[in-house]
Write a protein that binds this ligand. Structure first.
Ligand code: SF4
Length: 371
């Protein structure tokens, strides 16, 4: 079983035209349902839903409070390497870019961990790598998980898609969650953004989610990169994917996010599509109304005002104090970043804003703290 077979039933242009033909009546129908379908989801993210944003925000807030209470989970990324065999046109770690390549040693990783712990009481850490199976493959990642396990209650990864047995290997070492971005579900245009390297293989990447499910990963995170293709069609394809995964691997928890392309080193790739703050809010509300249980994360790619405004309206997870380069916290002090962050406040400052809004910061992984 794999989503690769199912995705061939969803023609990109047909889905797009469904979305753009939705009417105000379709939106009202969708908002009146307790459990909207993907067809209803299309109505909620369509241009026809723009006048209903306030009503959507109220519903999104209500469902988030019912499921998560007034809490926000904090996590911090730790970049282990910027070495990468891929050529993604939108990324500062693209193999073509003439930058210093680093793979952190055990000693350097512990320096980073110490600096992270000095910033805040983080218990949930996200390990990030470029894709370099030779230099930073599964054994390297396993070793890092074992090394830092005593200091964190929840360890997630955002690395190259792995084999099923490799996901199992990392789970046995203490891995809790895997985040992977398909970037775009438009298979025809995928290769334009991922011209060479293992990441150019659309099916291998897409099938990775099934491999995670089969390996029994506790939580799987999905996402599309906003700025490549029509975002309404991409997030709908992701809704189909999410629905398939939840049905097939029902014991797994799920998380989503919608990173927007940020400035980075290398030859300029400007976004093909610009998504406004209002539109990003619309997707977040629509996803929450569509799926009451899903974790929705917002990273420091987004600016202070947007993050603060969205705190109580649907998101459940925030990164804070993030450095997007290997050694960024202590060893190299953010000289080699993947992209520039938009919210550079300290975790303490962000936590203060969360408190002022009447919410509580959860430093460890939400799902794990419920077990
Ligand atoms: S997005 Fe990931 S895979 Fe692509 S070049 Fe950047 S680090 Fe490598």
């Amino acid at each position: 079983m794999s989503f690769i077979k199912q995705i061939s039933d969803y023609d990109w242009e047909t889905i797009k035209s469904f979305i753009y033909n939705k009417t105000a009546k379709d939106v009202e129908n969708a908002l009146g349902k307790q459990r909207p379908t993907v067809d209803d989801f299309m109505a909620m993210i369509s241009p026809a839903a723009e006048p209903y944003l306030e009503q959507m925000a109220i519903l999104s807030r209500k469902y988030t409070l019912q499921r998560y209470g007034n809490t926000i989970q904090f996590y911090v990324p730790l970049y282990l390497t910027n070495s990468c065999v891929n050529y993604c046109v939108y990324c500062g770690f693209n193999k073509n870019n003439d930058i210093k390549r680093i793979i952190l040693t055990e000693e350097q990783i512990m320096q980073e961990v110490k600096a992270i712990k000095q910033m805040g009481d983080f218990q949930h850490i996200l390990l990030v790598t470029g894709e370099n199976s030779r230099g930073a493959g599964v054994d390297y990642i396993e070793n890092v998980i074992r090394l830092i396990k005593p200091y964190f209650s929840s360890i997630s990864i955002e690395v190259q898609p792995l084999k099923e047995k490799e996901y199992k290997q990392l789970t046995n070492a203490g891995l809790n969650a895997v985040y992977c971005y398909q970037e775009t579900y438009n298979k025809t245009r995928y290769k334009i953004y991922h011209p060479k390297g293992i990441k150019s293989k659309f099916d291998w990447r897409l099938d990775g989610f099934d491999r995670m499910g089969k390996a029994g990963i506790h939580k799987i995170g999905l996402g599309v990169l906003i700025g490549l293709e029509d975002w309404r069609t991409d997030v709908t394809m992701m809704a189909f994917h999410l629905q398939y995964l939840q049905k097939t691997y029902w014991q797994t928890k799920y998380s989503i996010s919608f990173p927007r392309i940020r400035p980075h080193k290398g030859e300029g790739f400007g976004p093909n599509v610009i998504m406004t703050d209002k539109e990003l809010a619309q997707i977040i509300f629509a996803y929450r109304i569509f799926n009451h249980d899903i974790e929705i994360a917002l990273s420091t790619r987004e600016d202070v005002m947007f993050r603060d405004n969205m705190l109580t309206l649907g998101i459940t997870s925030l990164s804070a104090g993030s450095k997007t380069s290997p050694g960024g916290y202590a060893v190299y002090r953010n000289k080699l970043e993947q992209f520039s962050v938009n919210d550079s406040r300290s975790p303490t400052d962000v936590a203060q804003v969360v408190k002022e809004k009447g919410y509580e910061v959860v430093w460890k992984d939400w799902d794990l703290s419920l077990q």
